[in-house]
Design a protein around this ligand. Structure first.
Ligand SMILES: [Zn+2]
Length: 275
């Protein structure tokens, strides 16, 4: 990929002997070209290794081997790999040109994905929710929306793991004479949780902190959320789902059975019936 080197004076040479173990994703909360010049301005006392713009351009301001100043202030962290030392020494920082709450553009997402792939490969970074994180995991108070709700964690992890996550084929799901549109992912059929539960007369509550859809009654304790996951809790069961276009989807069979129903798959018509 093409990376333009536009050096920033805001860095420390070397990494105090530390190895790079994680990538920290950010949004700039500012737009080009101002956001790039700010990260190169000595007054900013801030930088990142990379900046990915809305048009999909990638700038590098600090070499990977050096310490950029992107995540040095630790404030109520929620990151098990934080070891008491300044996270800048053992992380790479990627800024994304976006205003608060904004989603990435498609060109920007593709460029960021390619950059992630390259860095994961080059530095042997594990693809999971503790090694590819958002700034808010280090400062959960002043950076709680960095990179914010518009950041495509599910898609990024799916793509980095080479899952065909979003190449979903449409399927029909028949529930009590209602037709619900589902999707086939990795040969498994998924249903939109709310539509399915409501068509069975059940209520649905979304908990944005636990990233969990609750279908009461729920008797199981739901553990804290991690990036890139969504869960469905009902009775004493927790099911892993997928977030597609901001909607929670669950494997149809697991969800229907957890709700006490049976599932019949018709291969010919690609229809799932729930009895
Ligand atoms: Zn940040």
């Amino acid at each position: 990929m093409q990376i333009q080197f536009t050096p920033s004076p805001n860095y420390r040479a070397g990494r105090k002997g530390r190895k790079i173990i994680a990538i920290v994703n950010h949004i700039t909360a500012g737009l080009m070209p101002g956001t790039l010049s700010w990260l190169r301005n000595p007054q900013a006392q801030a930088s990142a290794h990379y900046l990915v713009t809305k048009t999909g351009a990638v700038y590098q301001m600090v070499k990977d081997e050096d310490t950029a100043w992107h995540a040095g202030i630790v404030n109520k962290p929620n990151w098990p790999l934080y070891d008491g030392n300044n996270p800048n020494y053992y992380t790479l920082g990627i800024e994304h040109e976006a205003l608060a709450g904004e989603a990435l553009s498609e060109a920007q997402y593709q460029a960021s994905l390619e950059l992630h792939r390259q860095l994961v490969q080059e530095w042997g970074i594990t693809v999971d929710q503790n090694h590819i994180i958002g700034h808010y995991r280090i400062d959960s108070i002043n950076r709680k929306n960095d990179p914010g709700p518009g950041f495509p964690w599910d898609r990024l992890f799916n793509d980095l793991k080479n899952k065909p996550g979003l190449q979903a084929l449409p399927i029909d799901i028949l529930v009590a004479n209602q037709l619900i549109k589902g999707v086939l992912i990795d040969n498994q059929s998924y249903a939109p949780v709310r539509a399915l539960a409501e068509s069975l007369g059940r209520q649905v509550k979304w908990d944005g902190i636990l990233k969990t859809v609750f279908i009461p009654p729920v008797s199981v304790q739901v553990p804290a959320a991690v990036d890139g996951t969504v869960r469905i809790a009902t009775g004493n069961i927790i099911i892993s789902g997928q977030l597609l276009g901001n909607q929670a989807y669950a494997p149809v069979r697991k969800l229907a059975e957890a709700l006490g129903r049976q599932v019949i798959w018709d291969e010919k018509t690609k229809t799932v019936s729930i009895k």
